[in-house]
Design a binder for this molecule. Structure first.
Ligand code: GDP
Length: 201
């Protein structure tokens, strides 16, 4: 069974993206900080997994955050041989600010650490730079993001890795195309229809 996992900090828009791409509403967790459980949806034999959001959220202890991160890491290690792609969702609006704050304290930002971790396996890693509708200087922001993740700007050389999107506005066509390529590359053309187009209004 092939699997696609979605990872990201809390509140980056993972659930919004998930329903936009697959046309299915994932169960929104109760209050953050109470359960650590992935949401899994199956289409034919494809498993799509929304892993719990990690990273600091107000009202959630540091210890709980560590447990969530450990859970995500262990889940990926244990399922790596069937994972065909990981979508790492980031909040493009706040990514650079958060990363710089961590770096100033001499720490490795959790998003950078996660991106490096995901790339240790053989599967494709797609970074969904979400909330682009809130970003003013698009190129500068995206250049900063690719640079912090260890790639050389300009960002558009990395369009197959970093996908600027706005899940809320339904602007996710580029990412949908990227996922289609993953299916085709894995000789699973039959899975392309699981990616729903935006409903016409
Ligand atoms: P999750 O915790 O990562 O699953 O995040 P959610 O999908 O619950 O979204 C968190 C918040 O961000 C909600 O208020 C969403 O409406 C908002 N959001 C999600 N995607 C976007 C986007 O593309 N642009 C903007 N401006 N807000 C978004």
């Amino acid at each position: 069974m092939p699997e696609i996992v979605f990872v990201g900090r809390s509140n980056v828009g993972k659930s919004t993206l998930f329903s936009e791409l697959f046309g299915v509403r994932v169960r929104r967790g109760k209050r953050p900080g109470t359960t650590i459980k992935p949401n899994r949806i199956t289409f034919k034999d494809l498993v799509v997994t929304d892993l719990p959001g990690f990273g600091y959220i107000a009202g959630v202890s540091r210890e709980f955050n560590e447990r969530v991160k450990d859970f995500v890491v262990r889940y990926i290690e244990e399922n790596a041989d069937r994972i065909i792609a990981a979508v790492q969702v980031i909040d493009a609006k706040s990514f650079l600010e958060i990363v710089e704050r961590w770096e100033k304290r001499g720490l490795i930002p959790v998003d950078v650490e996660m991106y490096d971790f995901l790339n240790e396996f053989g599967f494709d890693v797609l970074v969904a730079a979400n909330k682009m509708d809130k970003v003013k200087d698009r190129d500068a922001t995206l250049n900063g993001i690719v640079e912090k993740l260890g790639m050389h700007p300009p960002w558009y050389l990395w369009k197959h890795v970093v996908y600027p999107i706005s899940a809320k506005r339904g602007e996710v066509d580029n990412l949908r195309e990227g996922l289609k390529k993953v299916f085709v590359k894995n000789k699973r053309h039959d899975l392309v229809p699981v990616l729903k187009g935006r409903q016409k209004r």
